[in-house]
Design a protein around this ligand. Structure first.
Ligand SMILES: Nc1ncnc2c1ncn2[C@@H]1O[C@H](COP(=O)(O)OP(=O)(O)O)[C@@H](O)[C@H]1O
Ligand SMILES: [Mg+2]
Length: 138
């Protein structure tokens, strides 16, 4: 089954809405709570990245019996150096974003740690695509 969410850049009040909706769905499907936690943490970080760094985006979540696949696609500035962006503590978040408690530079490292596979692709001036896969059959 497939779920889609729209994400508004800059709207921190709504950041996390997709993650909490997916959490409910996975609970209803009786997915292992440890797996749910990993998926929700990774998705939340990806969702916040669209809000903090991009103009708008959409999230597609596809669940089958073997895995949960998430694609987070945004229109935004893109990421010029993906290896640098993946570095713990690296952040270009604005002072305002930091004051709100975001921008610790832990999002991408957390996503990598919590997903079984993470694929990042980006075009500067266009946007970013993050693909996360979490296996269910373990
Ligand atoms: N969707 C995105 N669009 C543009 N830049 C991004 C995006 N996601 C991450 N980045 C870049 O990668 C950096 C590191 O991301 P992350 O580890 O989540 O830390 P943080 O969001 O706290 O800055 C960000 O500061 C930003 O420069
Ligand atoms: Mg982040």
């Amino acid at each position: 089954m497939e779920f889609n969410y729209e994400v508004e850049g800059g709207n921190f009040a709504k950041a996390g809405n997709a993650a909490s909706s997916v959490k409910k769905v996975l609970k209803q499907l009786n997915v292992d709570p440890k797996v749910i936690k990993r998926v929700v943490v990774a998705l939340y970080e990806g969702e916040v990245n669209v809000v903090a760094h991009a103009y708008k985006g959409n999230i597609m979540v596809d669940i089958d019996t073997a895995r949960i696949f998430i694609r987070i696609q945004d229109e935004g500035p893109g990421i010029p150096d993906i290896d640098l962006a993946m570095t713990v503590g690296y952040s270009t978040a604005s002072a305002m974003v930091r004051e709100m408690g975001f921008g610790a530079g832990m999002g991408l490292p957390n996503m990598k740690r919590n997903a079984d596979s993470l694929k990042l692709s980006s075009k500067v001036g266009e946007g970013t695509i993050v693909e996360l896969t979490t296996n269910l059959s373990k």
